[in-house]
Ligand binder design. Structure first.
Ligand code: 1HE
Length: 272
């Protein structure tokens, strides 16, 4: 097994984000939510810092991982900020979350979420904006908005049903039901479940592998797949043809295809 690449310094813009701890090793950026005393509750400054981080990725970043410091991934919206908000500022607040999470989902690199402990409310909305989710066995998922008298506002109503369906999201929001890590895997909230304490290592390993893909292939998966899912079949097939032609015509695709035909590229291997 090859050794992990050494951690390099990040730019001053990223280093100044005090609610995040950001490191880069090779071409993989690791963003840790860093408010463990408040269970990484998503305050306005934390949402703004996530936005800043994902629109200022260091040059050469090819994939990213988001994890949470402390015992939980994320306790969702910082409820202490919600108490006295009027309608207009409520809409703007939700739009601020949308901007930050769109910068993750529709940014320039794939993002893997490493989940443990509570992944609740806005924490699940954040996880659902990532492209792949890895949970350890301590992870659990809830949408306590119903109990708090509010609704999702961080994109959850658009993203979470695409992972587990409207009926399951309705159940979690209305009844306060909580899924454990294995239930989360079964319903599609995560793609992997690993032993306690192993989610970040697995997420970093996946991100390192993703980083080896041609950037245009990763871009197509991130940007075309969810849009095609929103389109009619006819429009989706047309979008697919355009995206396929763009990806195939890049020099990197051509050299990778040549490498396979000349026996210089790996085969598809069972169990990898
Ligand atoms: C918080 C928050 C928070 C913890 N906002 N301060 N989210 C929720 O409804 C989840 C609320 N939180 C919890 O259910 C629990 O805190 C946890 C299961 C996540 C963790 O439990 P535990 O026992 O490890 O921690 P704790 O003792 O409850 O909390 C430690 C501290 O974090 C405590 O503050 P302290 O000053 O008394 O030490 C808590 O008050 C604080 N804390 N969670 C503010 N969420 C865009 S719309 C999104 C809508 C939502 O996300 S609604 C869901 C909100």
């Amino acid at each position: 097994m090859s050794a992990s690449p050494p951690t390099q310094p990040v730019s001053s813009v990223l280093a100044a984000l005090d609610l995040l701890q950001i490191t880069i090793a090779g071409s993989v950026l690791h963003v840790r939510l860093n408010r463990p005393a408040k269970r990484n509750a998503l305050s306005d400054p934390l949402i703004q810092q996530l936005h800043t981080a994902f629109v200022n990725l260091p040059e050469g970043t090819r994939a990213a991982v988001i994890s949470g410091e402390g015992q939980h991934f994320c306790a969702g919206l910082d409820l202490s900020e919600l108490v006295e908000r009027d309608i207009h500022s409520g809409v703007l607040h939700s739009r601020m979350w949308h901007a930050a999470f769109d910068a993750i989902q529709f940014g320039s690199v794939p993002v893997v979420a490493a989940l443990h402990g509570a992944v609740v409310g806005g924490g699940l909305e954040l996880a659902s904006a990532c492209h792949i989710r890895v949970a350890d066995t301590t992870a659990y998922y809830g949408l306590p908005e119903g109990q708090r008298g509010i609704f999702v506002g961080g994109g959850g109503s658009a993203r979470i049903p695409r992972l587990m369906g409207v009926a399951r999201m309705t159940d979690l929001m209305m009844t306060g039901r909580v899924f454990d890590a294995h239930e989360g895997l079964a319903v599609g909230l995560s793609q992997y479940v690993v032993e306690e304490g192993q989610a970040t290592a697995k997420a970093l390993a996946l991100a390192a592998r993703i980083a080896q893909n041609a950037p245009m292939s990763n871009f197509a998966v991130m940007h075309a797949l969810p849009r095609i899912a929103d389109q009619s079949q006819s429009e989706g097939l047309f979008t697919e043809s355009l995206m396929a032609a763009v990806a195939e015509s890049t020099p990197e695709a051509q050299s990778r295809l040549r490498a396979f035909l000349e026996g210089r590229a790996g085969k598809v291997v069972k169990g990898s």
